[in-house]
Ligand binder design. Sequence first.
Ligand code: NAD
Length: 497
Amino acid sequence: MEPAKVAVAVPLSSSPLAVTAPWQPPAGALWGGVWRDGETSFTVHDPEDGSRLGSVTDASAAEVGAAVEAVAAAVHSGQPWPAWRRREALQRAAALLGQRRVTLAELISREGSKTVREADAEVSRAAETLRLSAEQAGRLTGETLPFDDTARGAGRLGWYTREPVGVVAAITPFNDPLNLVAHKLGPALVAGNGVVLKPAEATPLTALAFAAVLLDAGIPADRLAVVPGTGARAGQALVGHPLVDLVSFTGGHRTGDAVARAAGAKKTLMELGGNNCVLVLHDADPVRAARAVVAGAFGVAGQNCLSVQRVLVAAPLVDRFTDEVVAATGLLRVGSKRDPRTDVGPLITEREAARVALWVEEALTDGAVLRAGGRREGAFHWPTVLTGVPAAARLMVEEVFGPVLAIDAFDTVDEAVARANGTAFGLQAGVFTAGLDTALAVAERLRVGAVMINDSSDFRIDAMPFGGPKRSGVGREGVRYAVEAMTEPKIVAVRRD
Ligand code: NAD
């Protein structure tokens, strides 16, 4: 069997990432059209070896407030910023991402936990997200309204246009530090809004580098602010600010609750976690399914909202499937992010790796069987495959956000669907089957945002409506759908009688 590939990307280069100082921002934050340093700062480290990468502003509530006020002033200044200029700036930004690909991939990999191959693939995705965002400039349309459909409206002519909501607060996680920022800033800006971004504590340098790209591409500097800092201070101040019109948050579901409380009665979009399940039905090809599941479970060391966490396999196939998964997992190369041959790098912190190891330990204590992995060193956790994990184990119930996969057998499709739906989450699912009717029937019954037939849960294109029900989120991202959410209809009616 061929080795399973975790990341499918063109390698950056054939040599490991150079150990040099990465790109540095002009200052630790950006607001009011000016790069500036706040009163206090924090140091950004490479989680692999603890080396210092740079320093950014640790924004206070007052500094966040100043950033929001500056963006609000620009948005409400009455200065025109026509859609064609927005489109052109975003097109230039997409091209600039390509030109700065090596710098950006290095930043993503160094401050986050992606391998160089995974980081390189993310730069391409972000350029695609900006390209899709630019295209939306021509689709910001409204429609005429049938005022004379009622006697009271006769003699009136009316229509609506789509207007920007105003000031968007964007809060992003560490695991896709460029593309998830692009998914908020691209749609917000093409719709004509201003944005204040609070990036994840672990990955602010990539966000600042992306802001530099946008400014160089012609996005008006006063419409964009980046305020690195903690969630508890900068994040809370941002989402609670009265001049913020919409909060777009991606992160964990418990953080989502804190964001909702602080935001109050504001429009809020939330992309939260998953506990994604793949079903391998009786008529599936177990080898094909195993390869896809291994790639979907262990990419970015499992720190991906779409990662496969649970697999339910038709009982007659489960031994063959498990053997294939174990063999493919054993071929994955765990190692330095900097090495282009690495498949699985470190987790974002040693603490996270220790938490994942604890969950595995708990499952084993309660009767699970270790089939592969189970090893941890510092921030590295080896890709781990378990069978017989009890239904109540945290590994089955919560989002592990690490490289751990639980395989179990099922007898009937009804049982499999019920178990797949049996968590608080509903982001995506995968179904392997040769039968079209079965595939469609199962897809209909899975309570998730997307079902990938004959693939793992870990697939999306940036143009699709993205998100899920239950604790997986509120609303949908995906460029066109985010643009829709970040605009509001404005009605104009003319009385002609
Ligand atoms: P996190 O929830 O710890 O942090 C996310 C962001 O929220 C960070 O910028 C953080 O500083 C900020 N934050 C923390 N507390 C806050 C508060 N009280 N108020 C305002 N902001 C606050 O998440 P993480 O560990 O960075 O990322 C992992 C999580 O993100 C996982 O649950 C994963 O599933 C989820 N995620 C979801 C998607 C999706 O699109 N559905 C994509 C990627 C990641």
